[in-house]
Ligand binder design. Structure first.
Ligand code: SAM
Length: 289
């Protein structure tokens, strides 16, 4: 499908006409490839009963596709200069709103109240700004349970980490933090050449399907998230050494023994359930030192 916005000449002309340039500080890399846009929208499996949240619409190339396929699009754009341009670029559509806010500052549940009752599911679709990918994803997962699925273009390396499985080099605290709430999979890789300007890294589109009922329950989620961050503090170190600044070495040694796990285990050898069990054990056996 050929659309108006996501191509090189339209992006160049829009920036030129408005005397604008892609702002590095906002991670602006505009997608110019219609085929990639189609594949993102396909992965999101949208219909007119879907409410879409988009982060960083930019010049509107993805937003245009989302308006065509979804019921309504609620898009957050931090760059005030882009707001009139977006409204103009998307003027053929009447099922979107552009909110000029930093997504990290948004009260998403409150914003959704106005729109959610008319739609039967809420999906996040975005080509994310790479400088704040992790805070955006972790922040949204923490702030709201209303979004059932996330389809996001992110930096390839981060995509591999999020989808990383135990005992692989990609598996880390981020894989566990996200895997606690969702199943993650990579849809496809995206070369850097499809953006204006071209970034220094390649990208990938990933999907997170949120668990309806959590697979494991950490009784104190704050403790759980802190535990996984600290467990992966230094990859070369054993779990005991990574954790011994915060928790007593005796507690961690006893915990490994009680779980029948070797004392020199490294964090990347342990699955999500084990970290949840550890956090519940630590909670019940004394917590931090
Ligand atoms: N969606 C467009 C595309 O695919 O061509 C632009 C994607 S560009 C990688 C990221 C977009 O996120 C930019 O438009 C940028 O201004 C916006 N952005 C950056 N930081 C943001 C923030 N904290 N909150 C909302 N939008 C942000």
């Amino acid at each position: 499908m050929q659309n108006k916005i996501g191509n090189k000449s339209f992006i160049d002309k829009t920036l030129n006409d408005n005397k604008l340039y892609a702002k590095k500080k906002f991670g602006q890399n505009f997608l110019k490839d219609q085929n990639i846009l189609s594949k993102i929208v396909e992965a999101a499996e949208l219909d007119k009963d879907t409410l879409v949240i988009e982060i960083g619409p930019g010049l509107g190339s993805l937003t245009e596709r989302l308006c065509e396929s979804a019921g309504f699009v609620l898009a957050y754009e931090i760059d005030t200069d882009l707001i009139p341009i977006l409204n103009d670029n998307l003027k053929e559509h009447d099922n979107f709103i552009i909110i000029n806010k930093d997504i990290l500052e948004v009260d998403i549940n409150k914003d959704l109240e106005e729109y959610e009752s008319k739609y039967n599911k809420i999906i996040l679709v975005a080509n994310l700004p790479y400088y704040i990918t992790t805070p955006i994803i972790l922040g949204m997962l923490e702030k709201t349970k209303k979004i059932k699925k996330y389809v996001m273009m992110i930096q390839l390396e981060v995509a591999d980490r999020i989808c990383g499985k135990p005992k692989t080099k990609d598996y880390n605290a981020l894989s566990i933090a996200i895997g606690y709430r969702a199943s993650a999979h990579k849809n496809f890789n995206v070369p850097r050449t499809v953006f204006i300007p071209e970034p220094n890294v390649d990208s990938a589109v990933i999907t997170l399907d949120l668990y309806e009922n959590p697979k494991y329950i950490a009784k104190n989620e704050e403790l759980f998230f802190k535990l996984i961050r600290e467990s992966f503090n230094q990859r070369r170190k054993t779990l005991i050494n990574n954790l011994s600044n915060t928790y007593s070495k005796d507690l961690i040694t006893k915990m490994l023994n009680d779980f029948n796990i070797k004392p020199n285990v490294r964090s990347e050898e342990l699955d999500i359930k084990t970290f949840v069990d550890f956090s519940n054990y630590i909670l019940e056996n004394g917590g931090e030192k």
